[in-house]
Design a protein around this ligand. Structure first.
Ligand code: ZN
Length: 666
């Protein structure tokens, strides 16, 4: 599972503080802007302080990460790689840099590079080129033939014909999701055939099932449905071979035996394509909480498959931020205290609670499905039985949230939506720390708290289950953010700090998150529903005491919180009720809360939020370029690894296309 900046409480960090940029910043966070995208860069603080061994380990894991890039491009769409080669050839040789066609081409080129293909990374809709076919044709005619020459009809259709392969992932109910999705995870098969095929493989009595279809493309040979496996010697062999080579080099610098075993088992899986091996690797990985350097490398998240089976290739190399991880460790150590003192009815509490292993990490490289758009938090492995038996690792990627936060400074958001200077100052001083703490409390303690009464079906809340679950974890975090316990255990230094998160949470839940909803639509996504549920419920139940107030200033709507302590009381009250609903499986109460508070949007307020947000020109989507790592050698021996931050966006894309492209080359 991944926590994205669009689907979590951390959305708020996106627009954290709008202090006027007081001092000129030495580090330029914003790298490029185009279409609906802003490209940022991130720092890797602490890299210089790692041992030479750890730096070498990171270097080779980083190489293993970059060599997988082509896999994702091909998974996303069958012509993506050849289209990229052609676009790059045109981009680097085109001559009329002042024409409208060139400007439109440049925008399209940057969009495709960002999305790892010709479909938008988030909406999965195909990009619409604003340059002419004739312009592209003319520029292709000037360059030598390439792999695209053989496919020119298909490529022009793919780029210019809006009816061809319009959506990468189609989730529309009632349609054949396989046939109508443009991704390259299935070819020449229908949804019914795929479902039939997997149903025949699955054994309902298997309590440790492999993740069927995770590393395969499904197609037909001689009329029979078959899986083509991604492995050395199989599909994507050239890329996977380069990944394995670099994992082998990395292994020489492993921090300890456990880590060496993890790398060895990943290599075994890449060589065999055997999903049992992947489970073995995942277990070793989940159980290693001692190593400082860590990495994800493989076919992991299945959001790109409308059936949720095949994993998109990704890699993130990272190391533990020891100082910041202290936060999550202290919370985990005190997990029982938090459980015992929560405002929840005693029968719904866990007699024995265990904090989830959670840490704060520094990303060193982002690759595949995690690049350039990247999650801010990750919780893996995904296999449920492994999570239950061997635990999972939950991480917050703090150098990424920090970069979002820095880049948002001065974007005008707080001036537009926050009611007064005092509140803006509060957010400036305390939102970053309280927002991170909110995520820690939510992940480490919130989800793990409470228990079901005996005999209650865990799926009793059905379609409302995930909204209620996220509501529960958020309320647990909100309630405790204001507790003196956090000061006592040294995680906050000011008893008023929590007000920053409270204000932003309510503002977001009542108003600003509406910027992500199209006019006339309801709130659908579970995290957005949960925030709306909490904010609207607190507004309504604090109405008589005027706890939260809508204020009009010059025709604009603002939120004022008049009584923060009372608001905390309301959060506690709602937490008790939500836990009761969860513990007893009270579906009717869940449905009632969700439908009353979480779904319907006030059209007038919605219009106002959209209009005000539009004046700020904040790009809705963001992503990152990676730093550049270089080996420093003396007499043939590695003496250091350096990190630098000066590469531009297209520069990086073109370099990756040239140097890390094992599936397109020669
Ligand atoms: Zn959650």
């Amino acid at each position: 599972m991944k926590l994205s900046i669009f689907s979590a409480a951390a959305l708020m960090a996106l627009s954290a503080s709008a202090a006027p940029a007081a001092q000129p910043q030495k580090f330029n966070y914003v790298v490029d802007n185009f279409a609906d995208i802003e490209v940022l860069r991130y720092k890797v603080p602490g890299f210089e302080d790692l041992s030479l061994n750890q730096k070498c380990l990171i270097y080779y894991l980083t190489e293993a990460a970059l060599y997988g890039r082509d896999i994702l491009w091909d998974q996303n769409y069958k012509y993506n790689l050849v289209i990229r080669q052609m676009l790059e050839a045109v981009y680097t040789t085109a001559y009329d840099h002042s024409s409208a066609d060139w400007k439109a081409f440049e925008k399209y080129f940057k969009q495709v590079e960002f999305a790892n293909g010709i479909h938008h990374h988030y909406s999965t809709d195909k990009f619409v080129p604003e340059f002419s076919e004739a312009w592209l044709d003319k520029h292709i005619a000037r360059i030598p033939d390439g792999p695209w020459t053989d496919y020119s009809a298909e490529i022009f259709d793919a780029i210019f014909n809006p009816d061809v392969d319009a959506k990468r992932v189609n989730q529309a109910e009632g349609q054949d999701l396989i046939v109508t999705s443009a991704n390259n995870l299935y070819e020449g098969v229908t949804q019914a055939e795929v479902e039939q095929y997997y149903n025949a493989l699955k054994d309902p009595n298997d309590h440790t099932p492999v993740s069927y279809g995770l590393n395969t493309r499904v197609t037909k040979v001689d009329g029979k449905v078959v899986e083509q496996t991604y492995k050395v010697g199989g599909l994507y062999s050239n890329a996977i071979t380069k990944i394995v080579e670099n994992l082998e080099k990395a292994s020489q610098y492993a921090e300890n035996d456990a880590q060496r075993a993890i790398i060895a088992s990943l290599i075994e899986y890449y060589r065999s394509g055997d999903l049992k091996k992947f489970d073995e690797y995942s277990i070793l990985w989940a159980e290693d909480t001692d190593s400082q350097v860590d990495f994800i490398n493989g076919f992991i998240e299945s959001y790109g498959d409308p059936l949720g089976m095949t994993g998109a290739w990704e890699s993130i190399v990272n190391f533990k931020n020891v100082e910041a991880s202290h936060r999550t460790e202290v919370l985990s150590e005190n997990a029982q205290w938090f459980e015992d003192n929560s405002p929840v009815d005693a029968q719904f509490k866990k007699p024995q609670v265990k904090g989830v292993s959670a840490k704060v990490i520094t990303a060193a490289v982002l690759a595949g499905d995690a690049y350039p758009a990247t999650p801010i938090g990750i919780n893996l492995p995904n296999a449920n039985w492994i999570r239950a038996a061997h635990g999972s690792k939950s991480v917050t990627i703090e150098n990424i949230t920090q970069a979002y936060d820095e880049a948002a400074k001065g974007n005008g958001f707080n001036d537009e939506f926050v009611i007064d200077d005092a509140t803006r100052k509060l957010l400036e001083d305390y939102l970053f720390i309280t927002d991170n703490l909110h995520t820690d409390l939510h992940e480490c303690l919130g989800h793990g708290s409470g228990r079901l009464l005996p005999g209650v079906d865990p799926d009793a809340l059905k379609a409302h289950g995930s909204t209620i679950e996220e509501t529960r974890a958020d309320l647990f975090a909100l309630y405790y953010l204001a507790d003196p316990k956090l000061i006592e255990i040294g995680l906050l230094d000011n008893p008023d700090a929590y007000k920053a998160e409270y204000y932003k949470y309510i503002l977001n839940g009542l108003m600003t998150q509406l910027m992500r909803i199209e006019p006339g639509k309801d709130v659908e996504e579970a995290h957005m529903r949960n925030r709306k549920l909490i904010a609207e419920w607190a507004y309504e139940h604090g109405r008589d005491a005027n706890v939260i107030e809508y204020v009009k200033v010059n025709g604009k709507t603002f939120i004022r919180i008049n009584d923060y302590e009372a608001l905390r009381g309301l959060f506690g009250q709602l937490l008790a009720e939500i836990q009761r609903i969860r513990s007893t499986g009270d579906y009717e109460a869940a449905r009632n809360l969700v439908e009353t508070y979480a779904v319907k949007v006030d059209p007038e307020l919605h219009r106002e939020v959209l209009d005000r947000y539009a004046t700020l020109h904040i790009a809705p989507y963001k992503g990152f370029v990676n730093p550049v790592y270089k080996l420093v050698k003396s007499n043939g021996k590695i003496v250091d690894v350096t990190v630098s931050y000066d590469e531009g966006y297209t520069q990086q894309m073109l370099r990756y296309g040239r140097d890390y492209s094992p599936l397109t080359s020669k």
